[in-house]
Design a binder for this molecule. Sequence first.
Ligand code: PRX
Length: 665
Amino acid sequence: MPELPEEHAVTIEALMDEQRKFTPSEEFKSQANINSQSIYAEGDDYVSFWDGQAANISWRTPWTQTLDWSNAPFAKWFVDAKLNVTESCLDRHLEKNGDKVAYYFEGEPGDSRVITYSDLYKEVNQLANGLESLGIQKGDRIAIYMGMIPELPIALLASARLGATHSVVFGGFSSDSLRDRINDAEAKILITCDESWRNGNRVALKEYADAAIEETPTITNVVVVARTGAKVNMVDGRDIFYHDLVADQSTEKAATETDSEDPLFILYTSGTTARPKGIQHATGGYLVGAAYTHKNVFDVKEDDVYWCTADIGWVTGHTYIVYGPLANGCTSVIYEGVPNFPDKDRFWEIIAKYKVNQFYTAPTAIRTFMKWGTEYPAKHDLSSLKVIGTVGEPINPEAWIWYNENIGNGTCPIVDTWWQTETGHIMISPLPGVTTTKPGSATVPLPGIGADIVDDEGNSVPLGGGGYLVLTHPWPGMLRTIYRDPERFKDVYWGRFSKPEENKWVYFAGDGAKRDTDGYYWLLGRVDDVMNISGHRISTLEVESALVDHQSVAEAAVVGRADATTGQAIAAFVTLKGNVVGNDDLLAELREHVATKIGKIARPASIVFTDELPKTRSGKIMRRLLRDISEQRKLGDVTTLANADVVREIADRANSAAASQASQE
Ligand code: PRX
């Protein structure tokens, strides 16, 4: 067993006690899209398996080769094939399903919109024409920074229609984060909103965007959707309202032909350095993987209504609100706001209103619902639900069982889906009509996906053991590179366990996992310096560099500590400069400073001021020790530390900080 952080060892013990199993009912099985175990054997020849799945999307020109892995780890899927993804997502549905609902939009204040495939097709074309009139051409980058309104998927699709590359920046990120992502991608246009609604409040997106744009030389125009109608600053010649841009545009726009390997989007995610990585996805393979997994993991049928609660600012929204569901001609719900506005039953009200059949959310949300109590879901008719899913972090068996009983009524299969921004689509998950589930386990790799658990040397760990999760062969939705940084791509994902001299390429996911004696995977969390806060990845280094950016801070160390609701919470340890005195005001200021530098999701849950940070004799900060302190574990031997005596003092301060600062959230 490699050296996983100690809390993982504790988790393994807890998971090993989990014996419950849930087998798909005969009733479910008989109607399922996939209901035979033989599908896994079909996936063994993964190239031929994915070749077969590619028939489910529209191509203009077929491929000459399914996979070209000769330049590994740079893959090419569906070589030489031509397509435009919007033809699969829109055009091909028009004849039979033009009047079918693509999106039921539910605004947070209570407004709603029904958008058919034909409506969506027209709006996408109008925006594509508008963007072209602003100079967008194939290959250009378009930055998108919006709330969850219909114009958000429309913006992604309009970009794709033109063969441009979209880079969506989650609306909760700060001006600085937006600026850095725009500059890295060298985006030409930014699409944003005047404001968005969140928890009954207005979020001033255009104001944040304006601050970002002051330092983004590549941006020539800003397109602004009037969501709330607030009066916003519009810069003459640069800014244009969305409704003005599309007003006179044709509802037809010939889709630009793209190569299967042309980039479709870039999405930034945190890694182990302070600089986020631009994960670059290609076109053809991504859509094949998105469509296959959406249809089969959620067992979606022609007349179903499907709802994924993620924000399109994250990969889950890209693949399972936009590309997967639309490629399958599915009807989806899009909800703009938070689950407790105006009350804690908003999600359940929406499920009852639209008779939602598949519901996909995050363990953090489920744990929050548990805290709020069963009376909220009990008030509503959830009997339309057929499959319920989770994503983003490990789900603890207790939350799984609660979800099963209170949302799934004991009859809906639960699909716990493991994947990443980098993988593009779901990789490890049950197939609801086939796979027996165990609470807390994402079960087994999907057909056509190869995974393994390896030790420090890269040797496969026998069943029953734990180690690092790796992916053993290419898959269609895999990232193609890190934008403008192929060396980092090779190094981060393929450098650790691959043996290039033997032409053996192994993808390192960054997660610790255990496999039980049935071959089931139990995900244990990150093994690198990446935290998972409410299912969102944030690097410890990003938060540390935001803290040391503050004039009063000399040094900072950040760790993720276990949190019953958010999975992990950010715990910071800060050494102040010279004569600066640490008090409550400074503490609040530092938390705000991080929110301004990165975004509110990165605001530390607790900050402890300390005169020194615990370091090894070679000067390395002892993060593991800080994590032990944060989680109030018994401390081991600290005699190898250069400054052993500071540890006890930090531990005392951390205890009182955790108690007093937690109440501020
Ligand atoms: O640590 C794993 C965790 O989330 C990471 C990927 O984060 P991100 O790229 O933001 O994508 C999240 C949504 C796909 C993984 O490395 N993770 C994701 N799903 C699960 C999970 N951990 C355990 N169980 C899951 N089902």
